[in-house]
Ligand binder design. Structure first.
Ligand code: NAP
Length: 313
């Protein structure tokens, strides 16, 4: 169990996931939260990480710092995605062991699963086949993170756990159209089209692939839940267990944004994997379920987006 007085280090606190974890911890009454920007402590640097842990001696660690990006960035900056993520997770996990951290949660993503793994994706599918080529370096780094947590547990008895979230959305998401995920990209496209009174919006692919989305506040709730209640070696999927087609998602966002023009599917563009759904049976059996419905979550996110600088066209 976590204690409200515990010193909790949230690595990556300015990111979408880290900031949601900080909000959750603050709402729960934690007052001793340690944070560092990448400028203050570059987590790729072993000495900097060692010094941070020696100075702060955190009781609990949420490892939500990572080099993250879309398909394009993952594919082009392959060396950086592999090197930086390996360094960040190795440095933190080793320093957490050396400084006697009571519990650590490592966060990965659904890209760790083999490309052809059966859907919905079960935890047992890890390392059963080849990975998707475009983000293989990132996935390999994340698999190494799972294995670090597992190995420090087996060899040194550390209570280090891992969780793999599905696609996330929420506050502090990335709306840069060159580099963003489908959901924020659609919000931005429809919003811009509404403001500029564009007659149509182009969306890539056929609209038939199916995807799952989880609000990042639900993820933060699940992370806190696991830190309180889960002490096992096996990593866990975190998701809703529900998916929808990209077409249904686009129409939902179009409706929420209030764009009345036409939606045009550019079928020359690739669709990607036909389906990507997490099996969340294990998480549900522990007693955790998501609370924020997709429509409700997107409506809240859009309301914030529309008020922000990002909405200027
Ligand atoms: N976003 C998703 O849909 C999604 C889905 C599944 C899993 N995840 C996982 O969740 C985790 C966090 O993702 P996110 O979306 O929150 O990413 P994000 O918004 O890009 O945030 C990443 C954070 O990592 C920190 N960071 C990166 N390099 C660093 C370095 N060298 N030293 C110190 N800090 C560094 C950044 O710190 P500064 O801001 O200080 O530079 C930033 O706050 C990742 O492990 C990712 O795989 C995300």
């Amino acid at each position: 169990m976590m204690n409200k007085q515990d010193k909790v280090y949230v690595a990556g606190h300015r990111g979408m996931v880290g900031s949601a974890i900080v909000r959750k911890l603050q709402a729960e009454g934690y007052t001793n939260i340690v944070t560092r920007t990448s400028k203050e402590t570059d987590l790729r640097e072993q000495k900097a990480v060692r010094d941070l842990f020696a100075r702060e001696k955190p009781d609990q660690v949420f490892l939500a710092a990572a080099k993250v990006g879309g398909i394009q960035a993952n594919n082009v900056y392959r060396a950086q995605f592999l090197y930086e993520n390996l360094m960040i997770e190795s440095n933190i996990i080793h320093a957490a062991y050396e400084s006697g951290v009571k519990k650590l949660l490592f966060l990965g993503s659904s890209c760790i699963y083999p490309k052809m793994a059966p859907q919905p994706l079960k935890e047992e599918s890890l390392l059963t086949g080849p990975l998707e080529q475009t983000n293989e370096p990132y996935a390999i780094a994340k698999i190494a993170g799972i294995k670090l947590a597992e190995s420090y547990r087996r060899q040194y008895g550390c209570n280090f756990i891992s969780a793999m979230p599905t696609n996330l959305y929420g506050p502090n998401d990335n709306y840069d159209l060159n580099n963003s995920h489908v959901l924020p990209a659609l919000i931005r496209k429809f919003h811009t089209a509404k403001v500029t009174k564009a007659p149509s919006v182009e969306v890539w692919g056929t609209g038939s692939p199916m995807r799952e989305f989880l609000h990042v506040d639900d993820l933060a709730d699940a992370c806190h839940f696991l830190m309180e209640h889960y002490d096992e070696e096996l990593f866990l999927n975190i998701g809703t267990g529900e998916d929808l087609t990209i077409k249904a998602l686009a129409e939902m966002i179009q409706d929420i944004v209030g764009y009345t023009g036409e939606l045009k599917w550019n079928t020359d563009k690739p669709d990607g994997t036909p389906r990507k759904l997490m099996d969340v049976g294990r998480l549900h059996s522990l007693g955790w379920r998501h609370r924020i419905g997709l429509r409700e979550g997107i409506a809240a996110v859009y309301a914030e987006f529309a008020k922000s600088e990002l909405a200027r066209v």
